[in-house]
Design a protein around this ligand. Structure first.
Ligand SMILES: Cc1ncc(COP(=O)(O)O)c(C=O)c1O
Length: 381
């Protein structure tokens, strides 16, 4: 295997002739935005998740921004969120004028936001809590919903990692007040860029439809078809629309989602069997196998392991790895603008986490090779 050439990538797209056909269908139809593909994708996604409304937007980040807007987050609002997440979870709060209040994770086995820490951090300014289903593993939604209901605060699910994962037989993204999905290239549904907002709340849905397109009272299709001659602007809106090509890709990817997630679960089982032999590696979320979509495959290295050295070694042997995540509260920008809390569990997991390759299509031989390469490393240190 050639050195420094990533032979086993962290993620690989599951694209084929159906995606090609979907793009061509849009090009041939000559209608590029907010048309039939978007309407169909929204309907199919809502049906899949079991929610009343699904609204397509340009990214997971814009979905989160609009979720904060409709939840009423504004200057002076606090929103509790995890720090062990991608920056967008917290930044979307800041776009709306709110302050992210970072909460710790639950335990060394459950890296999702701690319900106890949420409860501890609620103040009279708390407007919402944004939870994030880390790696597609569900947060403790029963406890979180109970706390949120008793304090009358909204629950925003950052479900960027979570399409197809379940919690007590409900799809993630169908439990909170509003949920946000990402279709970025490396997600379980990949369209390049793209996102979806789900909600059962009719008022939220109406507001989102309006503000994702400049707050306008009529859409492009209405005007094109002669259903509307002009429009009014009734709220400060944005251009957060998705286009037809991405929606067409999303529809194909949605059809493949369950099979892809099943493939990932089998791949995870193979990893688990192999990694048992390595005492320096622990696997989180031990009891969540059947409910998870394995968006990625995180492992925890023993404190004594030099992660950078291990990553360099793996890269040299053709295995790409990553870290999920450098915690948001420690970034320069966030330290400069917000209180830096003490989050001992988050800090300790973030310092020792390693993400191994995972995607629908990863081969058994590739997983075996990764396990053997790790085994060789640990036998030689
Ligand atoms: C947890 C989480 N939230 C939000 C986002 C933002 O999604 P997008 O890249 O589609 O804006 C991402 C994606 O990368 C993510 O991993």
């Amino acid at each position: 295997m050639k050195a420094s050439n990533p032979v086993i990538p962290l993620f690989d797209l599951d694209y084929g002739p159906d995606e090609e056909e979907a793009v061509l269908r849009v090009l041939r139809g000559k209608w590029l935005t907010m048309g039939e593909e978007i309407a169909a994708f929204e309907q199919e996604f809502a049906g899949y998740c079991g929610v009343k409304h699904a609204l397509a937007v340009s990214s997971g980040t814009t979905a989160l921004h609009l979720a904060n807007v409709v939840a009423g987050v504004q200057q002076g609002s606090e929103v509790i969120c995890p720090a062990l997440t991608f920056a967008a979870t917290a930044n979307a709060i800041i776009y709306s004028g709110g302050t992210p209040v970072f909460a710790d994770i639950t335990s060394p086995d459950d890296w999702t936001i701690s319900p106890e820490d949420i409860a501890r951090k609620i103040t009279q300014d708390t407007k919402a809590v944004t939870i994030m289903h880390y790696g597609g593993f569900a947060c403790q939604m029963d406890e979180i919903m109970k706390i949120a209901r008793s304090h009358k605060i909204a629950v925003i699910e950052d479900a960027a990692h979570a399409p197809g994962s379940t919690y007590r037989e409900k799809k993630l993204g169908a439990i909170g007040d509003i949920s946000c999905f990402s279709f970025f290239s490396n997600k379980n549904i990949s369209t390049g860029e793209g996102g979806m907002i789900c909600t059962n709340n009719d008022e939220y849905a109406e507001q989102i439809k309006s503000v994702r397109s400049h707050g306008m009272t009529s859409g492009t299709v209405d005007r094109h078809r002669g259903h509307a001659f002009s429009y009014d602007i009734t709220a400060l809106g944005y251009n957060y629309r998705l286009d037809e090509i991405h929606a067409a890709l999303g529809r194909v990817q949605l059809r493949k989602l369950d099979a892809g997630n099943k493939y990932r679960r089998l791949a995870a089982l193979r990893y688990k069997r192999g990694l048992k032999k390595i005492s320096e590696i622990k696997l989180p979320f031990a009891d969540r196998h059947t409910e998870a979509n394995y968006h990625f495959f995180p492992v925890l290295l023993h404190d004594s392991i030099d992660r950078r050295d291990l990553m360099t070694y793996l890269r040299g042997l053709g295995i790409q790895t990553s870290i999920h995540y450098p915690p948001v509260h420690n970034f320069t920008f966030h330290r400069q603008h917000f209180k830096t809390p003490y989050l001992p569990l988050t800090e300790s997991i973030a310092a020792h986490e390693l993400t191994l390759p995972m995607y629908a299509g990863i081969k058994d031989e590739q997983i075996d090779y990764i396990v053997e390469t790790l085994l060789a490393y640990f036998q030689n240190i």
